[in-house]
Design a binder for this molecule. Structure first.
Ligand SMILES: [Zn+2]
Ligand SMILES: [Zn+2]
Ligand SMILES: [Zn+2]
Ligand SMILES: [Zn+2]
Length: 133
């Protein structure tokens, strides 16, 4: 699952957005060039021999040079976000840290038409369909 979608994405500093999925970074990995991507967004970029090109600056990166950026992850946790389901009248707002729990508990609105499994976001549902079916 790539980054997280929120209602107030346009108010969030772009350093917190993933250049691949254009959502809030999830498990941010820092590349040697200094750019950051979601951990889950990286496998799709790898072409051969565990090497991929940074989508921001085009520098070649070997996957062994990736660093999960825990400090940055803690900064992300503190971001004040508004639930993507605000468009459907959800009033939830809070720290990103608690957002996934909120989605998991309150928004299992999207169910797979093939196996009936439920998901919190259309993105998660699409991922599921691509991976499982
Ligand atoms: Zn991403
Ligand atoms: Zn880069
Ligand atoms: Zn909500
Ligand atoms: Zn399914």
């Amino acid at each position: 699952m790539p980054g997280q979608d929120i209602h107030n994405k346009k108010d969030i500093n772009e350093i917190y957005l993933c250049p691949v999925c254009e959502l809030i970074l999830k498990n941010p990995c820092q590349l040697p060039c200094g750019d950051r991507l979601c951990q889950e967004c990286i496998p799709a970029l790898i072409r051969e021999d565990a090497i991929f090109k940074c989508p921001v600056c085009a520098e070649s990166v070997h996957t062994s040079n990736l660093m999960v950026d825990k400090g940055f992850g803690r900064d992300l946790d503190q971001l004040e976000v508004i639930c993507i389901e605000k468009r459907n009248n959800c009033e939830w707002a809070g720290k990103l840290k608690y957002y996934q729990d909120h989605l998991n508990n309150d928004h299992l609105n999207y169910s797979c038409n093939l196996c009936q499994e439920k998901f919190a976001t259309p993105i998660a549902l699409n991922e599921h369909k691509e991976c499982v079916h």
